[in-house]
Design a protein around this ligand. Sequence first.
Ligand SMILES: Nc1nc2c(c(=O)[nH]1)N[C@H]1C(S)=C(S)[C@@H](COP(=O)(O)OP(=O)(O)OC[C@H]3O[C@@H](n4cnc5c(=O)[nH]c(N)nc54)[C@H](O)[C@@H]3O)O[C@H]1N2
Ligand SMILES: Nc1nc2c(c(=O)[nH]1)N[C@H]1C(S)=C(S)[C@@H](COP(=O)(O)OP(=O)(O)OC[C@H]3O[C@@H](n4cnc5c(=O)[nH]c(N)nc54)[C@H](O)[C@@H]3O)O[C@H]1N2
Ligand SMILES: [Mo]
Length: 765
Amino acid sequence: MTGTAPIDDVSDAQIEVTAPKTAAAGIPGIMHSMVPAIGGMGLGRTAKLLTTMNHKGGFDCMSCAWPDPEHRKIAEFCENGAKAVTWEATPLTIPTSFWETHPIQELLSKSEYWLGQQGRLVEPVYKAKGEDHYQPISWDDAFALIADRLNALASPNEAAFYTSGRTSNETAFIYQLFVRAFGTNNLPDCSNMCHESTGLAMGETIGVGKATIGYDDFEKSDLIIIMGQNPGTNHPRMLTALEDAKKAGAQIVAVNPLPEAGLIRYKNPQTVRGLVGTGTQLADQFLQVRLGGDMALLQAVSKRVLAAERANPGTVLDREFLDRHCLGLAEFERHLDDLDEADVLAATGLTVAQIDELADRYVAADNVIITWAMGLTQHKKAVPTIKEIMNLLFLRGNIGKPGAGASPIRGHSNVQGDRTMGIWEKMPEPFMDALEAEFGFPVPRDHGVDSVQGIRDMREGRIKVWFAMGGNMVAAISDSAAAEKAMQNTALTVQVSTKLNRSHAVVGDEALILPTLGRTEIDRQAGGEQFISVEDTACAVRPSRGQVEPVASGMLSEVAIVSRLAAAVLGDRVAVDWAGFERDYDTIREHIARVVPDCEDYNRRIRQPGGFILAHGPRDSRTFPTPAGKAMITVNELEHLECPPGRLILQTIRSHDQFNTTIYSLNDRYRGVKKGRDVIFVNPDDVRELGLADGQKVDVFSEFPGDEDRELRGLRVISYPTPRGCAAAYFPEANVLVPLGSTAEGSNTPASKSVVIRLEPATEK
Ligand SMILES: Nc1nc2c(c(=O)[nH]1)N[C@H]1C(S)=C(S)[C@@H](COP(=O)(O)OP(=O)(O)OC[C@H]3O[C@@H](n4cnc5c(=O)[nH]c(N)nc54)[C@H](O)[C@@H]3O)O[C@H]1N2
Ligand SMILES: Nc1nc2c(c(=O)[nH]1)N[C@H]1C(S)=C(S)[C@@H](COP(=O)(O)OP(=O)(O)OC[C@H]3O[C@@H](n4cnc5c(=O)[nH]c(N)nc54)[C@H](O)[C@@H]3O)O[C@H]1N2
Ligand SMILES: [Mo]
C-alpha cells in the first residue's frame, strides 16, 4: 500500500455543532481544498491536476456539470472539485492482501466513509458462489465469466446495465450499443434518481429536456431565481457566474427551505476581494419556502403576473411570444383564477407580501433565468412543479432570448452527455432507427427498467444479472434495506469502479469488481494517448484528457472494459469492430457522428478550441419540437404536501463534504456540524413541541401508506433554521427512510425530499 494510511472507521464520534455559515468559499474554501490535496498526493501530482482542471488540453472536473466560462481564470477550480480530484487521484491503492483479510461480511459493517478511504481499486476481483471473499481474477477470465452468465439467461431482459453520470460520451455510446446488441433496453441510470422529472417536464412543454441557456446568459440576466438548489456546496463555480451577474446588475432570489451558505453571501476565492473582504451579498430576496411548496408559489406568482396584465393591458405579457409560440394560455388563466390564496400560504409558509415582492421583481425584469436542482425534482409533484416554471417563463417570453431561460443544473459531470449518447431505458424511436441503420442489427424497442423498477425486478427475481458502469446504486437508491435485499437476490453483480463502496459489499451469488481508470489519468491505448468527451449542463461538449500517470498498471479504461466485454459476450453476433474502439476512440466518435442527433463531424468539432455547443431549438430559434410544434402552457392541479399532526416532512440532502455516496469527511462546515453525520435538522419550535431537546438522540420512523414503518435509529437533533414541519438529514444514510414506492408522478424519481417521519426519543444510548 502506498500513500497515506487509511483512517479508522468512525461510527459515533462526538458531534460538534456551531451556527451555520452565511458565506461560502473565500479563504477557508481554498485552504480546505489545498491542504488535503498536498497531503494526500504530493506536490507534483497536485500541481499538475489543479492547474489542468477545466483548462484547454486538460481534464474536465468531475464534481459537477456546471459549464466552463469561455474566458477562464487561471486554475478555475473550486474546493469541492479539488476534493473530487484528490479523492480519485490518490496514490493509495488497495493491496491484494486486502481481499483475504476483509471478508464481505466485514465490508458490510463498514461505513461509506471507511470504504472510500481504502484507496483505489487496481485489480479485478471475483467472489464465487457461497464464498465470503473476493479474490483476484484475470481480465480475460472475468470477461469470459460474465459472457457465460449473460448468454445463459433465458432472456436478455433478465440483465440490467446501470450507468452513473461520470461515464464519458465514448463509453456511454459503446455501452448502450453493446446492451442493445445484447438485446435489452434495461439501461437504468442515476438520472432516474436525479433530473428525470426535469427531462419529462421540459420535454412535454418545450420538446427538449435540457437547459435553454448558455454560460454567458447569466451575465445578461436581470433576475436569476434559484430554486431547490444549493450551489455553494454542489455547484460552487456557479457562484462566480452569479457574482459576475450581480456585478452586471442582476438581482438574485433564492427559494429554499434552508438558508444555505453561498445563496446568502459569497466570497470569491479567485479574486482578491473574495479573499479578504466580506464577500458579495448574493440574494436580494430569500424565500424560505416549505418543502414541496414551490408549485403553489409558482402558480401564485403567475397569477399575479396575469393580474398585472389585466390591470395594465399590453404592458406585462409578451403577447408576441405567447401568440406565435405557445398553446394553452386561456385555460391556464382560467385555472389560476380559481387558485386559493389560503392554499398557497399554507403550502409555501410564505406571506402575501413576500410573494408580491417576487412577482414584482419578475414583472420588472426583462430577462429572467430560473435555475433548479434536486429540491424540485425529488418530490411527488416534481413534474408539474417544473412545468409551472416553464409557464411562468413563457408569460414574459423568457425563453430563447439573451439572459433568459430555464436552467436545470445537472449534477454528475456527464449525466447529460450519457443521455445524449443513448443511456436511457426509453430512448426515442429516431435514435433507435439511426442505431439500427448504422450497425445493421435489430434494436429492441420495448422500454427497459428504470432504477426503481430495476430494484423491484431484482427483488422479484426477474432481473438476475446487475451490471454497473460506476456509481453506488444500493446506497443511492431509496429504501436501502429493500434495495440491498433485492441486489442480494441476483445471480451475478458486476461493478466497474474506481473506489470501494457499499455496492461492492451488497452482492449477488457471484460478484465481480472491475477497476477502471479515472478521468484524471492518462489513457494510453495501442493507437496512442486517448481523450474522451463530456457534455455540461449548458449543452457544451468538450474534450477531457487525463493528466497524471494511472495509480497502477492493472486497470483498464471504461472503453476497453466495454469493448472487451462486448466482444466476449456477442462474439460475431453483430458486425462491430470492438477492438478498433479500444485502439482509437476516434472510431467511436465516427459512429456517434452518424447516430446521435447534432453530432455530425464530431471528431473535428470536438477538437475545436472549447469544443462545440449542441443545437437546441427553443434556445436557438424559438422552435419547439413538441408534437404540436409549440411551447405548451400547462394546467396543473395544485396538491400540497400534507404533514399529519405530530409528524415532520424530511428532506435528504448533501453535506458540504460529500459527493453523493462518497463521503470526504464527517464535517459539514457550512451548516456548522463537525465530526458526525448522524444528525437531523429540525426547527426549534418543532423540537420543543415534540417534547424533544436540542442535541437529544432520536429514532426516526418513516410512514408510508400500506407499508410497515421504516426506521433509522440514533440521530442527533440539531435545532436549525428550517421552516416549521420541515426536517433535513443526510443522504445516503437517510435513504433507508425513503419508501421505494414514494416517487415523483410520471418520472418515477424517488421522492427523496418529502418523507413523512415521526421522531421518538432514542431507545439506546
Ligand atoms: N460537492 C458536491 N457536488 C455535487 C454533488 C455532491 O454530492 N457534492 N452531487 C452532484 C449531483 S449528482 C447533483 S444532482 C447535484 C445536486 O445539487 P443540489 O440539488 O443542490 O443538492 P441537494 O443537496 O440535494 O440540495 C437540494 C437543495 O434544495 C433544497 N430543497 C429541498 N426541498 C426543497 C423544496 O421543496 N423546495 C425548494 N425550493 N428547495 C428545496 C434543499 O434545502 C437544498 O438546498 O450536485 C452535484 N454536485
Ligand atoms: N435520499 C437521496 N438519495 C439520492 C439523492 C438525494 O438527494 N437524496 N440524490 C440522487 C442523485 S441526484 C444521484 S445523481 C444519485 C447518485 O448515484 P450514483 O451515481 O450511483 O452514486 P455515486 O455516489 O455518485 O457513485 C460513486 C461511485 O462511483 C464510482 N466512480 C467514481 N468515479 C468513477 C469513474 O470515473 N468511473 C467509474 N466506472 N466509476 C467511478 C466510485 O466507485 C464511487 O464509489 O443518488 C441519488 N440518491
Ligand atoms: Mo444527481
